[in-house]
Structure formats: structure tokens, C-alpha cells
Ligand binder design. Structure first.
Ligand SMILES: Nc1ncnc2c1ncn2[C@@H]1O[C@H](COP(=O)(O)OP(=O)(O)O)[C@@H](O)[C@H]1O
Ligand SMILES: [Mg+2]
Length: 236
């Protein structure tokens, strides 16, 4: 089993969008037994993939003796399960702090050996939760909008990690006609690119991954290509 965290210091940069689409690619294109674990109290991945789970269970998994694998439930897509988020996760940072177990998340992930791939949709911020994620993930995928502020946030994460965890920065919401975007892409030609696309925004309206309702779109192909690169990194 490999864990891929979708993380950024910033909010609104495309973490949930990447999480849902990459999880779908893992399940559908790679036929991996895949779990999307929504760790963000905003519960956006949960909403896209099928609505809330049992109320206020999301945090209890970390504090009580609840079998995490039993919290996973199937989605509409073959091979893709979900552990739902809810508002109780707002207290997760405090809980991790009080528990004083640095590898709590890593331990729970150990109970999910029935999956090939676990995707973590993370809340923003350099928090206790982020530290747990960084200790537990095999690879951290970081969406970066090609702008100076997003790049700064990425640099801060790199510095914080000090080379301890494998990172994959991804340029997202890219509009190559914009000079700033073109310059950022030229600086990092090796970073994968997800275009700015209205089809991606529609995900929240259709409540489905892009590959489901627009499989031939450039956006769907970009997610598929990104997933292939992630699989290569995981097998390296
Ligand atoms: N590549 C993209 N093209 C167009 N809109 C996007 C793209 N990626 C994300 N968005 C939109 O940006 C907003 C924030 O994305 P989201 O994935 O929810 O970010 P986060 O999880 O980091 O808060 C959403 O409205 C989403 O539809
Ligand atoms: Mg989100």
C-alpha cells in the first residue's frame, strides 16, 4: 500500500480537485484498490463523492479504538472507497497535540493494507495534522498556482520538510496565455501541469471526477498523465 497526500500550505489551490481526480484515476485507469481519505473538515471530497458519513465519526477514529477500515465505504466507482470528513475534524490539530503520538496517522494507515493506494485530501496549513501527514505519506503532491505567492508557500513547505519526504509539485490552474504563468512554467519545465479549465470547475456541479463526464477533455488527460507520473514515482 502506498499513501499519496495532496497537500498545500494554502487553501483554494486545487487540493480537493487533485484528490478526487487522482483517486479516480488510480481506481479506474490503474485498477488499484483505492481509498480517498478526506481529512479536511470542509469535506469537499466527501461532498463530491457521495455525501456525509456517520455524523462526527471522522475525528473519533484518531482518538478512540475504532477500526478505520470499517469506516471506509464504497463510492459510485469501482475500486474506489471513501473515508468521509465532517466538521468534527476541526478539532484534529488540537487532538493530535493532546494525544502526543507523532505517528498516529501512520499507525492508522497501517490498518488499511487492503488498499493499494490511499489518497489523503489534506486541510491547508503547517499544522499538527500536516506534520502527521508528512510523517505518514510516501509522496506529497503539492498543487502550485503559477504565482509568486503560491511559489513562496511551496518554498516554505520544502524548507519545513528539509528533504525528509518525497515531494511532487504540480502547476495547477495554468493559463499559458498569462505572462506570469508562462514564466513560472519556464522556470520549472519538469513540473506536471494541470490547465485552468471550466470542465474542472464543473466537477462540483456534476459531483463527479472529470474523467467520468468529460473523458476526452484536456483536463481529464492531464490528470491521467499526472497519475502515471505518480505511479512511476511510487515504483521507483
Ligand atoms: N485546474 C482548474 N481549473 C479551473 N478551476 C479549478 C482548477 N482546479 C481547481 N479549480 C477550482 O478552484 C476552486 C478551489 O479548488 P479546490 O480543489 O476546492 O481547492 P482546495 O481543496 O485546495 O481548497 C474550486 O472552485 C475548483 O473548482
Ligand atoms: Mg479542499
Amino acid at each position: 500500500m502506498a499513501t499519496v497526500a495532496i497537500y498545500s500550505l494554502k487553501g483554494g489551490v486545487g487540493k480537493t480537485t487533485l484528490s478526487v481526480n487522482l483517486a479516480w484515476c488510480a481506481a479506474t485507469l490503474s485498477a488499484r484498490r483505492t481509498l480517498l481519505w478526506d481529512l479536511d473538515p470542509q469535506a469537499a471530497s466527501t461532498w463530491v463523492l457521495g455525501g456525509p458519513g456517520k455524523a462526527d465519526q471522522a475525528q473519533a477514529m484518531f482518538s478512540k479504538d475504532i477500526a478505520v477500515a470499517k469506516q471506509a465505504r464504497p463510492t459510485a466507482y469501482r475500486h474506489l472507497d471513501l473515508i468521509a470528513a465532517d466538521a468534527s475534524l476541526r478539532g484534529l490539530d488540537q487532538l493530535f497535540h493532546d494525544l502526543d503520538k507523532k505517528k498516529r496517522l501512520a499507525k492508522l494507515l497501517g490498518e488499511l493494507a487492503g488498499y493499494d493506494r490511499v489518497i489523503l485530501d489534506c486541510p491547508p496549513g503547517l499544522t499538527e495534522t500536516a506534520d502527521q501527514v508528512m510523517r505518514a505519506a510516501d509522496l506529497i503532491v503539492i498543487p502550485v498556482i503559477p504565482s509568486p505567492l503560491s511559489t513562496r508557500a511551496y518554498d516554505a513547505v520544502v524548507q519545513h520538510l528539509g528533504g525528509r519526504t518525497a515531494l511532487l509539485p504540480v502547476h495547477v490552474m495554468v493559463d499559458k496565455r498569462r505572462a506570469l504563468h508562462a514564466e513560472a512554467l519556464a522556470r520549472h519545465p519538469d513540473w506536471p501541469v494541470i490547465p485552468m479549465a471550466s470542465g474542472i470547475e464543473s466537477m462540483a456541479v456534476k459531483r463527479a471526477p472529470v474523467g467520468v463526464f468529460a473523458p476526452r477533455s484536456a483536463a481529464a488527460q492531464a490528470f491521467a498523465e499526472l497519475w502515471r507520473r505518480i505511479e512511476l514515482r511510487l515504483s521507483a
